[in-house]
Design a protein around this ligand. Sequence first.
Ligand SMILES: [Zn+2]
Ligand SMILES: [Zn+2]
Ligand SMILES: [Zn+2]
Ligand SMILES: [Zn+2]
Length: 302
Amino acid sequence: MSQSWCVVVRLLLLLLPWSLTAALAAQKNEPVEIRYIIPERFERATKTDDKGLEQWAEYKPEKCTVCKGTGKTRCVTCERFPDDAKHCIECKRNKDRETGCRSCGGLGHWPDPLEKVTCPQCMGAAITECGTCSGGGQIKITGGGDRWTNCPACRGDGGWKCATCNGTRLVEPLGLKPSLKDANSQLLAKALAAVDKTLTALGGFTPAARDSRKEVKELARILGEAGPISPPMKRIGKALEDVMGKVYGGNQFQGHEEAEANTMNGFKVGSEYYLKHQKRMLELAQKRAATNEKVLAESKPK
Ligand SMILES: [Zn+2]
Ligand SMILES: [Zn+2]
Ligand SMILES: [Zn+2]
Ligand SMILES: [Zn+2]
């Protein structure tokens, strides 16, 4: 019998807005605290032009308070590994154990919420951690002379490059035509209804890994429903099936149900974050569009 050598830190935990962190670990240095802006709190200023229409104001990037503008933080993935650990999917155990800041996508400032969103698959980590080995790539064979061996799920890599953002940490907003910025209130209302529908479906989905394959199919179907209006949602459904196909490689290990449920849950929670972010931007855009439509209607000659 074997067991994974690290505590599985639940991705869910990593994703809770304004919460968390690796306080469990880090005795020597200050723990890194990854925080994400609460979706409902995103703002985007407008200004009134000479025709009385609301236009989006120029975006003024604000320095990221998590990385203090550096675009880098200490790696939270391997903070809980033993000191002599050799592998980490996220930082590769580089000298300073530094990696791109998840909160701002490594930019050092928060991107314009009309243009970029934290990736729903990796929440800015650029990778999806393997739940079987917790990102270290190695597992201990107990009873086998305590030997370490490559994790069968990730084959020693500790996880997988995120396919939804292709390792760039950020993704694009909904793919409306005209774009979310310029769409009329009717199109925005339609998109809002679609986003709400997917959010409701996700809210009713709780992965338990009792029948993982069935659950993965169901989750992929829910995510895919938002595919027609969102390219990232289209990609994440496919990425979920790819990642889970590999996670099954760890299914002879103790606790594999938990690893499977946690992985699915990461996809679910990240997608909820993305969709709530987009919902917020749709609401702001709709308010602007409705104001402008009223101004234009009133200015028409009777
Ligand atoms: Zn940052
Ligand atoms: Zn690391
Ligand atoms: Zn990603
Ligand atoms: Zn692994």
